[in-house]
Design a protein around this ligand. Structure first.
Ligand code: PEP
Length: 252
């Protein structure tokens, strides 16, 4: 159930500009030193779409991949302001976050997310698919039924399931400083991995990340949970120092 390769994924949200290349270069320098210790992990930075091409042409880091944060489900058309999976791919993105609660709150339903996942997989992008319950759903004991439905409604067993990474992000934890208890997380991760394997009839467990208020101070609490394959880091990923300290402290 445990994946040896750990993922550290940054979600920059609506932050960053060309000069943020400095952040990526600092992370790259850290990785080149750090990886010499034989530590294997994947660093993915999901940046605003306007920066993908610039970053992928400027950085030649074998340690860092660039991803996007959302896409439209159509390949092209009259969708003002939208960006398609094919455009992201051509800009150099390798990953795309889909189903983030901030996009769900703006109208992305499980069905819309399903179409987005399909279009991203068509373009051979890896999908970081976010699931998670609200605080009210948690209080009513509905966490498992909500995340089961999110997975069932947006994933089809015919998909290239190896290209889907799940990010479990309890909505009440995103940007709030509140994190689930260790025992709760263990249960949720086992549930997600078992459900995925059972429903989509895979031979192996999926890669499942935790997201929600991860920082350099609380990351140690997560390292005892072997079921967690990595982290989706929002606010703290906008600073190279915080992002690097998260990785360092995870392995301390
Ligand atoms: C996120 O936006 O995916 C996220 C986890 O944010 P934060 O780390 O800021 O809670």
């Amino acid at each position: 159930m445990t994946n040896k390769l750990k993922y550290f994924v940054g979600n920059w949200k609506m932050y960053g500009n060309f000069s943020s290349l400095r952040i990526i270069n600092q992370i790259h320098r850290f990785c080149s030193r750090f990886k010499k210790n034989g530590i294997k992990d994947k660093i993915i930075l999901c940046v605003p779409s306007t920066l993908i091409y610039f970053f992928t042409t400027k950085i030649k880091s074998k340690f860092i991949s660039i991803g996007a944060q959302n896409c439209h489900y159509q390949r092209s058309g009259a969708f003002t302001g939208s960006v398609s999976a094919s455009m992201l791919k051509k800009s150099g993105a390798k990953y795309v976050i889909l189903g983030h609660s901030e996009n769900r709150s703006e109208g992305d339903t499980n069905q819309v997310i399903k179409k987005k996942i399909e279009s991203a997989l068509d373009q051979k992008l890896y999908v970081i698919f976010c699931i998670g319950e609200t605080i009210n759903e948690k209080k009513k004991g509905k966490t498992f039924s909500v995340i089961r439905k999110q997975m069932k409604d947006s994933i089809d067993k015919k998909y290239n399931l190896k290209s889907i990474i799940i990010a479990y992000e309890p909505i009440w934890s995103i940007g709030t400083g509140n994190i689930p208890k260790v025992q709760e997380l263990k249960k949720s991760f086992r549930f997600i991995k078992n459900e995925f394997k059972k429903n989509f009839k895979t031979k192996t467990f999926p890669v499942v990340l935790y997201g929600g208020s991860v920082n350099d101070g609380n990351i140690r609490a997560f390292s005892s949970i072997s079921e967690i394959d990595g982290f989706l880091i929002g606010g703290a990923s906008q600073s190279s120092k915080k992002f690097i300290d998260i990785i360092k402290n995870y392995y301390k």
